[in-house]
Design a protein around this ligand. Structure first.
Ligand SMILES: Nc1ncnc2c1ncn2[C@@H]1O[C@H](COP(=O)(O)OP(=O)(O)OP(=O)(O)O)[C@@H](O)[C@H]1O
Ligand SMILES: [Mg+2]
Length: 430
């Protein structure tokens, strides 16, 4: 009996055993459907050519027997298409290792976009706060960062995209300052071309005393309304008879572009959802993030999820498109003598995660960082956030931010803030 993870290795083995015949095909698509069953899609010409058709059927037969139940009977397992492009139906394919003419296409029930990595957006830097596990201090770090940047005179746009468990908004704004609408409302209104009507009612400034401003776009408005019903619709693609379907992540990018145009911020901080989740995929890969802060705390549970993501990026050949934008952040670092040990262990684990993706480069070939474990500027070297009694629970974040003082923020979040300041002063793509 075969299970899902054996599909690609077995396919590779069977095709390798028949590589001379496979090499004669113009292209071959291995279609892994929604139920995880495999079909071949081959050029239409092969159907008319008896000899070639028999050969392909023979290879599929061998594969189907090995993959069962992840395959079809041979009479239902092979499809013929005029061009490879048509066979994909807009999905993205990736090459089967070792074969120049064999492509895998994976049909998923959700619109997962982890492997399509947008170019860094031009203009103001978008900084995403992401973590594989929840409860690691991500939103608190974002609030403190927004405060510190605004304190230094910057206009900071904060997006609460943790739509399924919103909270940052109530943390940075007192109840009476919450705007009428939030991101969820816009995503629903946009489906009926009503998004722009609410745009100026979906952000307000924070009442914290800073030289700059914090503009906060919450997940929902002061009255969440029928939040569950709205949330169930935010993922909808927008269908236009002329333009086709616009995926929801493209709609979200459109929203962010409009907000940036209205607010003209110096930085955008985005609180992503935790985990390998669709909203997180949009934040990490689709919004053209300049920097993606990946939060980690010591312990195996952090690395299992990050490893799954990294191996996906590697398999799809896109890891180098995103690697340089990632930056590890260590949450909840002990505020005592265990601190150095904690950070060293975290860096070693993070290095293990990144090491496979570091190709060999000559010393000096990259100016900012090299690929050594002890490199302080490499993405795997964690920026520490100290555990601090004052930041733990009890007070609401809003009350905390009102009382906070510069020295305290510096002592807990100093390295992260310094990193953000450096990122903001780097040259942006035109
Ligand atoms: N530097 C810190 N020192 C001590 N406690 C902290 C610190 N930062 C955050 N906390 C506490 O840790 C808890 C989780 O923080 P926070 O809500 O910021 O995490 P999160 O990663 O955004 O979680 P979620 O996944 O639920 O969104 C809160 O109780 C918060 O008060
Ligand atoms: Mg949070």
């Amino acid at each position: 009996m075969t299970t899902f993870d054996q599909i690609l290795p077995i396919t590779h083995e069977v095709l390798t055993a028949h590589c001379d015949k496979i090499a004669q095909l113009e292209w071959l698509v291995i279609n892994r459907d929604l139920n995880g069953r495999v079909r071949f899609i081959v050029p239409e010409r092969c159907e008319a050519d008896d000899a070639q058709r028999t050969e392909i059927e023979g290879i599929y037969q061998v594969l189907a027997e090995r993959l069962s139940p992840h395959a079809y009977p041979v009479n239902a397992g092979i499809l013929y298409e005029t061009t490879m492009e048509e066979s994909l139906h807009g999905a993205k394919a990736f090459q089967l290792e070792g074969f120049k003419n064999v492509w895998i296409v994976d049909r998923l029930a959700n619109e997962s976009t982890w492997e399509t990595i947008a170019e860094v957006a031009s203009g103001v830097p978008r900084i995403v706060f992401f973590s594989i596990k929840g409860g690691v201090g991500r939103s608190t770090a974002l609030a403190a960062s927004a405060w510190a940047l605004a304190r230094a005179g910057k206009r900071v746009l904060v997006m609460d995209l943790d739509l399924e468990s919103p909270g940052l908004s109530s943390a940075l704004l007192p109840i009476d300052r919450q705007p009428k609408y939030g991101i969820t409302d816009w995503l629903v209104e946009d489906l009926v071309d009503n998004g722009n009507v609410i745009l100026s009612d979906m952000y307000t400034t924070s009442n914290l005393t800073t030289a700059g401003e914090i503009y906060l776009v919450p997940a929902h408005g002061n009255d969440p309304g029928e939040y569950v019903s709205k949330l169930g619709r935010v993922w909808m693609p927008k269908v236009d008879t002329k333009m086709g379907a616009e995926p929801w992540s493209a709609r979200l990018t459109r929203l962010l572009n409009s907000l940036e145009e209205h607010i003209r911020p110096d930085a955008v901080l985005i609180d992503s959802r935790a985990g390998i989740d669709e909203v997180a995929a949009a934040c990490v890969t689709d919004l053209g993030a300049h920097t993606i802060l990946i939060f980690a705390i010591q312990g195996q549970q952090t690395w299992t999820g990050y490893r799954a993501l990294f191996s996906h990026w590697q398999q799809r050949g896109v890891i180098t498109n995103i690697r340089g934008r990632l930056q590890l952040v260590a949450g909840l670092v002990p505020d005592d003598e265990r601190r150095l040990e904690y950070l060293a262990a975290l860096r070693a684990d993070a290095y293990d995660l990144f090491a496979d993706t570091y190709d060999y480069v000559e010393p000096g070939a990259i100016s900012e960082w090299n690929f050594e474990e002890v490199d302080d500027n490499a993405p795997h070297t964690p920026l520490p956030i100290r555990w601090n009694r004052g930041w733990y629970g009890l007070l609401s974040l809003q009350q905390r931010m009102v009382q906070v003082d510069e020295n305290e923020v510096q002592s807990v979040y100093g390295e992260l803030i310094e990193f953000l300041n450096r990122s903001l002063t780097q040259e942006q793509p035109a």
